[in-house]
Write a protein that binds this ligand. Sequence first.
Ligand SMILES: [Zn+2]
Ligand SMILES: [Zn+2]
Length: 251
Amino acid sequence: MEATIVLYGIVAALAELLGGSLVVLRKQWPKQVQEYLLALGAGFILALVFLELIPESLKAAGSYAPLYILLGYAVLHFFEHTIVGHLHFGEETHPEVMVSRIASISTFVGLFIHAFFDGFAISVGMRYDFYLGLLIFFAVLLHKIPEGLTIASVMLAAAHRRRTAFLASAAIGVATMLGIVSVFLLTDIDESIVGAAFAFTAGVATYVGASDLIPEINHSRNRIIPLLVFGGMLLFYGGTVLLGPMVGHAH
Ligand SMILES: [Zn+2]
Ligand SMILES: [Zn+2]
């Protein structure tokens, strides 16, 4: 089981690296693709939060679930937008605010912690209920390429070398793996801790959808992008219809 979870983590980390490589190698690629991925990712993860993660959290952690959900949301808010001044998903296009190396390092730290919790969420989800973990994995995967783009482009905007920008995206991939492995340390601990950790990840996922991804979509000038959020919700529905019977999950 742990080997399977590690494999999913590696796929997510590789998507991160792919995003970073696109920026570092300055490959010609359609820029709208990152917005499409962010919009689909937002719709998918928010449907996952409201239809599965919150109801399941209430089962897993009982009356304490709302507190853990809020805690998960608060922890990401603290690391991404309280101690970090300028962090948003997608390629960095504001070099004027990103000239400082200190700003780029604090963005790096914010994304490192975000990515740690991406991995943590996949791993806790799979540990709690493999089917839910699989859905969390897809939700994370959808925004991993834009995440790799984000960190590599922030590093370049702060005049770091290309090699450093690439290594930064690799390090964010490693953070995802650390999140995956950290859950294995919970193995011998009471199942109630797993329930609490699961509710915490529901808060983390809410933050990623509503505060990391949705604001980027609202900034887009392309009017197709907000519509694609509904596409992400439909994608989630399609995913549950397909995956549910495959892993023998019934509601
Ligand atoms: Zn910016
Ligand atoms: Zn992420």
